[in-house]
Design a protein around this ligand. Structure first.
Ligand SMILES: Cc1cc2nc3c(=O)[nH]c(=O)nc-3n(C[C@H](O)[C@H](O)[C@H](O)COP(=O)(O)OP(=O)(O)OC[C@H]3O[C@@H](n4cnc5c(N)ncnc54)[C@H](O)[C@@H]3O)c2cc1C
Length: 314
């Protein structure tokens, strides 16, 4: 693999940081470095960047706002793409046959989008209130909760494929499931959402209600990433059960490994103190999985995405 990143991409409209620390770009605030962090300054530069990575067999990962990501202490190989350039944060609203279609760049901040939709009197995504994400990260995870999922409002998603081709996929070609989306390989560039007009006062009232609920049940601190685990399906009940409740009932609330610990407010929130290592969190995750499985026979699956040189996953 060619490690002369600056040379490899020097003629592209991208910003390259070699040996870039990723921890500060995630909500956990911990973890190692990427061989290169690359910020394309245009969709065209993103397409050519992907083409070159494919040609040079360079591993590519995409970073959103880092709210659901834990990076290994040893960092990751290859290129991490970040869509922070304003060219990826566009917002357009068009009316087509009475349906409001909103086109949003993948780098747009989700919470700012909720605020903007509220101001304009557009309903459809306010169920995402209080979820930190870029639009790309929210789509990749099908972010959501009690008040819906982002996939509910999707009309189409545009993805720059590894060969640099931009393809637009209708919602019917994609699969949005519980905290997971089956999407073609590549980088989400933008998406369109089906919205409806509604009195801004009514939309704002819902946003306040949803935020109040979220504050009442979740610790909204830094150094965490929302829920660590997905709620597993209990075959006996044929429905999902709360992973937080299972961890709580296993007596693990407040349990600590090194400088990482399970929140004593919400047992599915894993958090850490300054100086923590990703390995501390990994051990805590393994412990929770083991103890819950031994007690209940239910296998916990992480919702948080782990990046590592040995392969991504949990
Ligand atoms: C305090 C707090 C509260 C939270 N509450 C909730 C909640 O209520 N509901 C919920 O669902 N989640 C919640 N989360 C988790 C998190 O907000 C979501 O998972 C969110 O969707 C992550 O988006 P992101 O942009 O930060 O993605 P990242 O964490 O940066 O990345 C997550 C995944 O998305 C991929 N990705 C990111 N951008 C792109 C792109 N452009 N193209 C392709 N793939 C991409 C990444 O490669 C990675 O696999 C919470 C997190 C925190 C810190």
């Amino acid at each position: 693999m060619d490690r002369h990143w600056t040379n490899l991409f020097s003629d592209l409209d991208v910003q390259v940081q070699a040996d870039a620390p990723l921890g500060p770009l995630t909500w956990f605030g911990i973890g190692g470095r990427a061989d290169a962090l690359v910020n394309p300054r245009s969709p065209e530069a993103l397409a050519e960047l992907l083409r070159r990575c494919l040609h040079n067999q360079i591993r590519v990962r995409v970073l959103g706002s880092g709210a659901n990501l834990l990076v290994d202490d040893a960092g990751v190989e290859g290129v991490v793409i970040s869509l922070t350039d304003p060219s990826f944060a566009s917002l357009e609203v068009n009316t087509e046959g009475g349906i409001e279609l909103m086109k949003v760049g993948a780098g747009h901040d989700l919470m700012k989008l909720v605020t903007e939709c509220t101001r304009r009197g557009l309903t459809g995504i306010e169920g995402m209130t209080g979820i930190p994400a870029q639009i790309g990260g929210a789509l990749a995870m099908n972010a959501g909760g009690r008040y819906g999922e982002i996939g509910d409002a999707v009309h189409a998603v545009a993805i720059v494929r590894p060969d640099g081709e931009l393809r637009v996929y209708a919602k019917s070609e994609l699969n949005f499931a519980y905290r997971h989306a089956t999407l073609p390989d590549g980088v989400i560039a933008w998406a369109t959402f089906s919205m409806r007009e509604e009195n801004p006062v009514v939309v704002r009232a819902r946003v306040h209600e949803y935020m109040a609920y979220k504050r009442s049940v979740q610790p909204m601190s830094n150094c965490a990433a929302g829920c660590m685990f997905k709620n597993p399906v209990d075959p006996a009940q044929n429905q999902r059960v709360s992973a937080g409740k299972l961890i709580d009932e296993a007596g693990l609330k407040g349990h600590r490994v090194g400088k990482a610990f399970i929140s004593d407010r919400h047992a599915n929130f894993f958090t850490c103190e300054p100086g923590a290592r990703t390995n501390d969190l990994r051990e805590l995750v393994q412990l929770a999985k083991r103890v819950v499985f031994d007690r209940t026979g239910l296998a916990l699956e992480t919702e948080v995405v782990f990046w590592s040189r040995h392969g991504d996953g949990s």
